[in-house]
Design a protein around this ligand. Structure first.
Ligand SMILES: Cc1cc2nc3c(=O)[nH]c(=O)nc-3n(C[C@H](O)[C@H](O)[C@H](O)COP(=O)(O)OP(=O)(O)OC[C@H]3O[C@@H](n4cnc5c(N)ncnc54)[C@H](O)[C@@H]3O)c2cc1C
Length: 479
């Protein structure tokens, strides 16, 4: 394959939700589309969901990516055909109306009313079978709901992109299958005549003689792809890195945002955890979109990781893991992140900073989460703070600082966006209202990067709705 040259009408780089939906929408409109993916094309049953094998196979760098700052925030991305959709929990939200209003006003995004996105949301919801769990709700989710109810806070079960089967009733656990991109939009794309190339990383783009020439690498081999138009959909970190490597830098990689997330492991008297990992889909929405609280996967491997701040309790964990579950609180983080390339490295440098006000919001989020857990009957809480004594009752909450300290707070995130914001404000935005890179010919971004700010809800619904809207706009205007 050394030096192979491929031609296509449209090249889509990255096969996560943004890229798969773009590629399948354009192929369905009769275009000659090539979908390029750095990661491998793995069978859905190549590993168990949420297992350590899944982390090794499908996560970028085994899940170890740091955003450097004060504090550092580890982040997680998918790297396989389907991107993040292959490893995520499937919690689905449409974009909150107030978030869209902010993007229209502050970033001057055109045609982004709820009604503009509704047909796109409806389409994606149907393809992905977005629905509530018709079976038994995991016990950890019941606890969060009970805590919220006792405090008089709003909470709800969030729908997910899962197909359910088996004898279904609220008393029994339903068989559930995650509706990833590799199960849905990628097969539809291939059926419509699209071509998929996996295991090839796009290295650089160059505009030559009125077309885009993309250099891709697979090991030591190189591939050149010549396309009329390119959609970069490599995710909120890799998209700006690729564009910057290609000399395209205006407002690119200067405004990465995320949902900084703090966690609490809760111990109850009764058993709430099982060997089979379940996704508890309830969230407390009382403070949304500013603060969102929910339940995490609490398999024994995840519990062991969550309890690294309490090394003396690893033994107790073995005895009590069935009574323990992990919960999270996340905030709408500011757009202060930077993505830059480092010579001789394929991993971009990511910096992200939180200010004292953000650390106060995180403390408020953590305090509220702990209140909900105590109201649910938790006997001990282990927040993700190093060197912090466990919390044993409501009174102990006074020990939480008014602002979390960068020195001992262990945050993480799985939600990244906004590194190439969309809109018509040329001072702020990298791409126009439909994803076209300002100042470049036939070059588009159509993934999490173009969300103007942190949406405050799980983002994939927004990414999918906007990606489909932009792909349809491109197809409608292609001459
Ligand atoms: C553990 C986890 C749980 C999550 N849970 C939820 C949830 O419940 N609900 C929700 O809404 N969101 C969730 N998310 C977030 C959601 O998965 C992401 O927001 C979404 O996948 C982002 O889509 P994307 O298309 O922008 O990028 P990605 O999904 O990151 O896809 C980008 C793709 O591009 C490929 N790529 C990158 N660089 C290159 C290159 N140079 N050349 C070729 N290919 C490249 C990558 O390998 C990747 O496959 C979760 C994320 C994680 C990690």
């Amino acid at each position: 394959m050394a030096g192979e040259n491929i031609r296509c009408q449209v090249l889509v780089i990255g096969s996560g939700p943004g890229g798969s939906i773009t590629a399948s929408a354009l192929a369905a409109r009769g275009m000659d589309v090539l979908l390029l993916e750095e990661g491998q094309n793995l069978r859905n049953d190549s590993c168990a969901p949420f297992s350590s094998e899944e982390i090794a196979q499908k996560y970028r760098s085994g899940g170890l990516n740091p955003a450097l700052g004060n504090p550092n925030i580890p982040f997680v991305e998918g790297c396989c055909v389907g991107g993040g959709s292959e490893i995520n929990s499937g919690l689905y939200h449409r974009t909150p109306a107030e978030v869209l209003a902010n993007w229209r006003e502050r970033y001057q995004v055109r045609d982004l009313q709820e009604k503009d996105l509704e047909p796109q949301f409806e389409f994606c919801e149907k393809v992905l079978h977005v629905q509530l769990n018709p079976g038994r709700v995991p016990a950890a989710a019941d606890k969060l709901k009970a805590g919220a109810d006792r405090l008089g806070w709003k909470s709800r079960e969030v729908p997910r992109w899962y197909e359910y089967s088996g004898p279904i009733s609220r008393e029994r656990k339903a068989q559930a299958k995650r509706q990833t991109m590799s199960q849905t939009f990628v097969p539809a794309f291939l059926e419509a005549g699209g071509r998929l190339l996996s295991g090839i990383r796009a290295q650089k783009l160059a505009w030559e003689n009125g077309r885009w020439n993309t250099i891709g690498v697979r090991g030591s081999e190189s591939v050149q792809i010549n396309a009329e138009a390119v959609f970069v959909c490599a995710g909120a970190v890799q998209t700006p890195a690729l564009l910057r490597r290609s000399g395209i830098r205006k407002n690119i990689g200067n405004s990465l945002a995320m949902h900084p997330t703090v966690k609490v492991t809760a111990l109850f008297d009764d058993e709430i955890n099982t060997l089979e990992p379940e996704v508890p889909a309830h969230q407390v929405t009382e403070f949304s979109p500013r603060i969102c609280m929910g339940c995490s996967i609490s398999s024994s491997a995840y519990l062991a990781l969550a309890m690294t701040d309490y090394p003396e309790l690893q033994q107790a964990l073995r005895a009590h893991w069935k009574q323990m579950a992990i919960y999270y609180a996340m905030i709408q983080g500011p757009a202060t992140g930077m993505v830059r390339n480092v010579p001789f490295s394929t991993a971009p440098l990511v910096r992200y900073s939180l200010n004292p006000e953000n650390m106060r919001s995180l403390s408020e989020a953590l305090r509220n989460l702990c209140r909900a857990m105590f109201a649910a009957g938790a006997t001990t809480l282990y927040p993700s703070l190093s060197g912090f004594a466990p919390l044993r009752n409501e009174g102990d909450l006074d020990r939480l600082p008014v602002a979390l300290s960068a020195a001992n707070t262990n945050l993480m995130t799985i939600h990244l966006f906004s590194s190439c914001p969309m809109g018509e404000d040329l001072n702020l935005c990298a791409v126009d209202s439909f994803g076209k890179v300002h100042g470049a010919e036939k070059l588009y971004v159509n993934d999490a990067s173009i969300l103007c700010t942190a949406p405050g809800v799980n983002p994939q619904g927004t990414i999918m709705g906007i990606a489909r809207r932009n792909a349809m706009h491109f197809a409608d205007h292609a001459s």
